[in-house]
Design a protein around this ligand. Structure first.
Ligand SMILES: [Zn+2]
Length: 136
C-alpha cells in the first residue's frame, strides 16, 4: 500500500503516529549498526588469526551498511511526516488533521516516500469541517 492510500485509509493522525513509531525503529537499527561497527574496531585490535580479522571486517562493514540504511530511512520518514504535520491545520477554521486527501504527487504514491523527488512531494487536501482546499 502506498503512502497516500495509507493516509486515506487510517486518517492523517494515526498515520502520523505510526510514522513516528516506524522511524524510531529505524533509528534503533542505526544505533545497532554503530554498535556493530564499534565492536569490529575492538575485535580487529586483537588480531589473533586471519579468521578473526575477516570476521571483524565483515562485522564492521555490516554495521556501517546497517547504520547508514537506518539513518536514511529515519530521516526520510521524519522529513515527510514533519512536513505534512506542519501543514495539517486548516488556515480557514483552524481544524487540525481534519482533511481528506484529494490528490497527491508522484513521490507520495511510493512507500517509503521518495524525498529525492522533492517536486512530487505534495498533497492536495480538503478540510472536512469548512471545505477549504489547500496544498501541503
Ligand atoms: Zn477548515
Amino acid at each position: 500500500m502506498d503512502t497516500v492510500a495509507r493516509i486515506r485509509k487510517i486518517g492523517f493522525r494515526k498515520w502520523y503516529e505510526r510514522q513516528l513509531i516506524e522511524s524510531h525503529f529505524y533509528l534503533i537499527t542505526c544505533f545497532l549498526g554503530i554498535i556493530m561497527a564499534a565492536s569490529a574496531v575492538e575485535l580487529s585490535g586483537r588480531r589473533e588469526s586471519l579468521g578473526d580479522l575477516l570476521f571483524a571486517a565483515a562485522l564492521g562493514l555490516g554495521g556501517c551498511v546497517l547504520s547508514l540504511f537506518g539513518w536514511q530511512r529515519y530521516k526520510r520518514i521524519m522529513v515527510v511526516a514533519e512536513h505534512i504535520g506542519d501543514h495539517a491545520t486548516c488556515v480557514q477554521c483552524n481544524a487540525y488533521a481534519k482533511f481528506t486527501v484529494v490528490d497527491a504527487g508522484r513521490a507520495l504514491h511510493a512507500e517509503p516516500v521518495d524525498i529525492e523527488d522533492a517536486e512530487e512531494v505534495w498533497l492536495k487536501v480538503e478540510c472536512r469541517k469548512c471545505g477549504n482546499k489547500w496544498t501541503i
